[in-house]
Design a protein around this ligand. Structure first.
Ligand SMILES: *Cc1c(COP(=O)(O)O)cnc(C)c1O
Length: 413
């Protein structure tokens, strides 16, 4: 390893680039700065002090994926000794968790929606409310996903109001060949005022299967793993179990939003429809690796034995009391000798429970120190407000508090 811990081969490339850039880039200091700069373009653990618990740019749900360099029975049935299904184990526990007949896992929720449409609606029509034909950041646009899947989008209703009768009308149109109704949770987008959408209960009375893309992957609106009432900010967020109970044939959701797991997408519901998705050739291209499946299985088991609030990092962040955050913030400020403890507002993030906030506590430091904070090791990512830098404690793991102390000292000096 050479400067900034970079391998020799990369340093040679950087040196060549410096030569090409001209003599003012040839000093030893300039070369080291270039190497440091390049090292900071690599992936590395960071301290998320933004208060956005599921920060898409910071990998969404934090999760340790630990597995020794050992084989896993990912497609091997230990009971028969024969080849098994990659989806069987994790699909089974996820199905139990959601109260579904069956479930399967793909690489992310965009892939889940794409696979459902390709497997169940290719060359046929899919009804979507105009109010739900949305873009969800990072290039997930309902009409474009639909087009790529080979299904034909049929818009129903209006941007602000769509009723059951709008869907019925589209179903009854001459030559209609409707495979599915797709209900999409608008996530980070909201229409307010004179609005009406059609709940799954009503859609389920239509003669075609309803697929609900609920997005965030809240498993159960009652959050039984918290051992108390669900937090207020979750009200209104669709949950897998209740959406299936309301009559959806399938739900799709992300594994790394409110579920708190690794990047993945889950399809759960009717066994025949899940099997049709699993049989489609795209399923092979969208399948996750063994480490992701193993992590998801562990996560699902933690939910099932109701230990998720203690063992899933996302729910740990949610379940921490503001008093505990305040205690930590005071300790950080006392140790650093700089900064003040203020109330703040964290948000769930990744389009989950849009518009809601989670009471939180932050350390406030006058001035904008974001650039300096990013140069720390590990880098600290924070936010500014009213000309001050805020380090929000709710999104920071307690074991990272010493890094906040070091960061505050660096900012003050
Ligand atoms: C987040 C989201 C997606 C995309 O999920 P990824 O896991 O990021 O691919 C799709 N639909 C909805 C409703 C979402 O909220």
């Amino acid at each position: 390893m050479a400067p900034a811990g970079l391998p020799h081969a990369l340093c040679v490339e950087l040196a060549r680039a410096a030569v090409a850039d001209g003599p003012e880039h040839w000093s030893k200091e300039a070369a080291l700065a270039r190497a440091e700069h390049h090292a900071r373009t690599l992936l590395t653990p960071v301290v998320n002090a933004t208060g956005v618990l599921l920060h898409t740019n910071l990998g969404r749900a934090p999760l340790a994926i630990e597995h020794p360099a050992q084989a896993i029975n990912v497609e091997f049935d230990l009971t028969t000794g024969e080849r098994g299904s990659r989806q069987a184990a994790v699909g089974g526990v996820l199905a139990s968790l959601c109260g579904a007949q069956a479930a399967m896992v793909v690489n992310n929720n965009a892939a889940a929606v794409m696979l459902v449409l390709a497997a169940l609606a290719r060359d046929r029509q899919v009804l979507v409310s105009r109010g739900e034909s949305v873009e969800i950041g990072g290039g997930f646009r309902v009409p474009e996903v639909m087009e790529q899947s080979g299904a034909h989008l049929v818009d129903v209703g209006t941007t602000n109001r769509t009723r059951l009768a709008d869907y019925s009308k589209a179903l009854g149109r001459k030559g209609a060949d409707v495979a599915l109704v797709l209900k999409v949770h608008p996530s980070n987008y909201r229409v307010e005022g004179f609005v009406e959408d059609t709940p799954v209960e009503q859609l389920a009375t239509l003669p075609v299967p309803v697929v609900a893309d609920i997005g965030s992957g809240l498993i159960d609106a009652n959050c039984p793993w918290l051992g108390g009432p669900p937090p207020a900010w979750l009200a209104g967020e669709p949950a897998a179990r209740q959406t299936l109970e309301a009559g959806a044939a399938l739900v799709t959701f992300s594994g790394d939003k409110l579920l708190g797991g690794p990047q993945s997408g889950i399809i759960a519901g009717d066994a025949a429809l899940v099997a049709a998705c699993a049989r489609h050739p795209l399923a092979r291209a969208l399948r996750p690796g063994a480490h992701v499946l193993l992590a998801l299985q562990q996560l699902a088991l933690a939910y099932l034995d109701r230990s998720a609030a203690r063992t899933v990092p996302f729910w740990q962040m949610v379940a921490t009391s503001s008093d505990e955050l305040r205690r930590r913030a005071r300790a950080v400020v006392a140790e650093a000798g700089v900064g003040e403890v203020v109330d703040s507002e964290a948000i769930p993030g990744a389009g989950s429970a849009p518009g809601t906030v989670i009471p939180s506590v932050a350390v406030r430091l006058r001035g904008d120190h974001l650039a300096l904070l990013r140069t720390m090791r590990p880098p600290v990512v924070a936010r500014t407000r009213d000309g001050a830098t805020l380090l929000d404690l709710r999104s920071v793991h307690p074991s990272d508090d010493p890094h906040l102390v070091a960061a505050l000292r660096a900012c003050a000096s």
